[in-house]
Design a protein around this ligand. Structure first.
Ligand code: FAD
Length: 461
């Protein structure tokens, strides 16, 4: 194990201690090993210092400290980054996990969400008012990384990406300035954080537009892993109202009570539905799902919206070993479906799930240059997640993910959603932003010429 001995400027460190109201954790402190852990157990790193910020002042002080010391700076929101960008060896971790305040204004349908919140925090706070906005599929994922990368989930077809719902952000830039970014002020930075990831600064607060979403008809329906089933799923999505979120999942049957035991651990596919339309239409939606194929098991109930975002939390707790890739497809070609069936049958573990998220509807109604997120003509975003409970078979897991990705390549659009790609995909960052890359690079040169925010899918200045 490498031990990093930080060579801090004593005065700067003392100034940081005086400026920060949150916690500062260093090697040798009792909480150090807990504080340095990130969600993906692949990354066992030893930062020189971890600052657990409680407010924007702490964030500014930490950004100034890392920059002036010339140290790497890892910004951590919910800690879910698969490439482990929320940690580093020998540098500074700015952990926003104590910044979890939320204020909801039901009149203007706006939620102000601090930079370290998870989607569980947001869904809980907004459900009380019968409101919601697009978040991720797992409630423990951070708002920070998910939103700045784009943000896909059950509500995308109806409400757009998470970043499409951003009215404004408060941002600390590389020079330690605090700026509020709206459509009128610092609009170029608001544009950049709507898909450009953590490249432009630390968001201390997000203002999200909310939509009337309270109880929904939702849950998984499992089918045999068969290309005709996936074709019928594709047809269903093609005809469905935007109020139907319907994610395709391919993997091994999870050990859940509503799936007969003989299917546990066996390849299958499924549709995770989230119908936010009228309850009067529930039976029509049930019928439509039943027409996709022979139902092996189903949990499809009227549930509060926050519940659907917790259904898979237990399947993917922190501490597993993740390696992912992502790709976009236009339509769902027969070739892509065949690749899903072939590689789905070889899924390495119950935790490894391939997810296809339909991106049409509201997501298509935003132009490719209106936000940094450019793939507005993609119909599906695929996450190929190789996830294991031990490190032992990690090489085989990576081979499976890479092979699957290669098999999908001829049926894909190039690039890859920054939140679903891994560290070895840095060379795909430019392709991910397509025509927006040049503008992003210009903004990076202007706001972060020294590339302080480089532990991310990096847009080099
Ligand atoms: P962190 O590791 O804390 O941060 C990742 C990066 O985000 C950091 O490098 C930093 O640059 C940036 N960042 C974080 N917070 C801030 C902030 N406040 N200001 C500026 N930059 C910040 N993605 C989807 O779109 N939809 C899903 O449904 C979805 N489901 C997922 C489920 C699981 C189990 C996992 C592991 C990931 C999932 N993802 C999903 C991918 C997810 O969006 C990314 O992993 C994202 O980076 C996680 O954000 P985080 O804040 O939790 O991560």
């Amino acid at each position: 194990m490498t031990t990093y001995t930080p060579t801090f400027d004593h005065q700067l460190l003392e100034r940081l201690r005086g400026a920060v109201r949150g916690e500062i954790v260093e090697p040798g402190d009792p909480g150090y090993d807990e504080a340095r852990k990130v969600y993906n157990a692949m990354h066992d790193r030893r930062p020189a210092i971890i600052v657990r910020a409680v407010d924007a002042g702490d964030v500014i002080a930490t950004v100034d400290f890392a920059r002036d010391q010339g140290l790497a700076l890892a910004v951590r929101g919910g800690s879910h980054s698969v490439p482990g960008y929320g940690t580093c060896d020998g540098g500074v971790v700015l952990d926003l996990g104590l910044m979890r305040g939320i204020r909801v204004d039901p009149e203007t349908r706006t939620a102000w969400v601090e930079g370290g919140c998870t989607w569980a925090d947001v869904n809980h706070a907004t459900y009380a008012f019968g409101l919601a906005t697009t978040g991720g599929m797992v409630s423990t994922t951070g708002v920070g990384g998910l939103t700045t990368g784009g943000g896909m989930g059950y509500l995308v077809r109806r409400c757009g990406l998470a970043c499409d719902n951003l009215a404004s952000v408060d941002l600390v830039t590389a020079d330690g300035h605090f700026v509020t970014c709206t459509a009128e002020h610092n609009s170029d930075l608001l544009w950049a954080v709507r898909g450009g990831g953590g490249n432009f600064g630390v968001v201390t607060s997000f203002a999200f537009r909310l939509h009337p979403v309270a109880d929904i008809l939702g849950g998984p329906t499992f089918f045999p892993l068969d290309s005709d089933v996936i074709r019928r799923y594709r047809d269903m999505v093609g005809e469905a109202d935007d109020d139907l979120g319907a994610l395709l999942v391919v993997g091994l049957g999870p050990p859940v009570p509503f799936l007969p035991e003989r299917w546990h651990g066996r390849p299958l596919c499924g549709v995770i539905a989230c119908w936010t339309g009228s309850q009067d239409e529930d039976d029509r939606i049930r019928g439509r799902l039943a027409a996709v194929g022979p139902v092996l098991g189903q949990y499809l109930e009227r549930i509060p919206y926050p519940v659907i975002n917790t259904l898979f939390d237990d399947l993917v707790p922190p501490g597993l070993y993740h390696y992912w890739k992502g790709t976009f497809t236009q339509g769902l070609s027969d070739g892509a479906i065949e690749a899903c069936v072939e590689y789905g049958a070889a899924t390495p573990s119950i935790q490894s799930v391939t997810v296809g998220i339909p991106l049409d509807g509201a997501c298509h109604r935003v132009g490719p240059e209106e936000t940094a997120f450019s793939y507005r003509d993609a119909d599906y975003s695929f996450a190929l997640s190789g996830t294991l409970t031990t490190r032992a078979d990690c090489e085989a897991q990576k081979d499976w993910v890479r092979g699957f990705h290669q098999a999908l390549e001829p049926h894909s659009m190039g690039g890859g959603y920054v939140n679903f790609i891994d560290h070895d995909d840095q060379n795909r960052v430019q392709a991910n932003y397509r025509a927006n890359y040049a503008r992003l690079r210009d903004l990076k040169r202007r706001y972060d010429p020294g590339n302080l925010f480089r532990l991310n899918h990096n847009i080099a200045p």
